[in-house]
Design a protein around this ligand. Structure first.
Ligand code: C5P
Length: 222
């Protein structure tokens, strides 16, 4: 039988990252953070001084960029190694999010990342976190969730996250940046952010993390 996949899609700040990690731990499944791949390509393109709207140059960059996920020995956050450089901290910023969103609207860039993403589907199972996991990359996934939350709550969560990481941000500016990014992700012609027809919708506004985890786990183990 095919290796099971749980896709978790949704906008930024919906809690996808945290929920995906916790659910993967509970199930003992692998985790694919597809947003980190787009962030890594945006970062690599920026480091090469490329114009992010130059589709051909950025596509070549997406094809040649070496991206590795590395679990640190001390059990801390997974590190993202881009062309041999630990770019984890740079990739977290809203600047990196905006660069990711810009290059993610280029169809050939998305195409360049397909096989890499499919390769994460290994026994005993995969939790795939992103925008198009259930619609484009793993349309045959037996388990699909779409997480949402109000825009205000999503901005607040991201604000708290970035503050904890010591980044200097203001809530108002962050909310505007997130809304602009979501708008771009939802309105692009290729792989727009939208729930798969067979996805379970979960609105996490005001829900504690463990309640969301329980709800998502129930999709896999009813
Ligand atoms: O999830 P994260 O905020 O890290 O994603 C950064 C950006 O990468 C998103 O705003 C989106 O434009 C893009 N992305 C995507 N498809 C995915 C994951 C992320 O287009 N599967």
């Amino acid at each position: 039988p095919p290796v099971p996949v749980l896709t978790i899609d949704g906008p930024s700040g919906s809690g996808k990252g945290t929920i995906s990690r916790l659910v993967a731990e509970q199930l003992g499944w692998r985790l694919l953070d597809s947003g980190a791949l787009y962030r890594a390509v945006g970062y690599a393109a920026g480091a090469e001084g490329l114009d992010l709207s130059d589709a051909e140059a950025v596509t070549r960059c997406a094809q040649s960029t070496k991206i590795r996920f590395q679990a640190p020995a001390d059990g801390g956050d997974t590190r993202v190694i881009v062309n041999g450089h630990d770019a984890t901290d740079e990739l977290r910023t809203e600047t990196a999010g905006a660069a990711a969103s810009a290059i993610a609207s280029i169809p050939s860039v998305r195409q360049a990342l397909v096989d890499l993403q499919l390769g994460f589907r290994k026994s005993p199972g995969l939790v795939a976190d992103g925008r198009d996991m259930g619609t484009v990359i793993f349309p045959d996934a037996p388990f699909k969730v779409f997480l949402t939350a109000s825009a205000a709550e999503r901005a607040k969560r991201r604000y708290k996250q970035l503050k904890e990481k010591g980044l200097n941000v203001t809530l108002g500016a962050l909310q505007r940046e997130i809304e602009a990014r979501d708008e771009r992700d939802a309105s692009r012609t290729v792989a727009p952010l939208r729930p798969a027809d067979d996805a379970v919708l979960v609105d996490t506004t005001g829900m504690p993390i463990d309640a969301v985890v329980a709800k998502v786990l129930a999709v896999v183990q009813p």
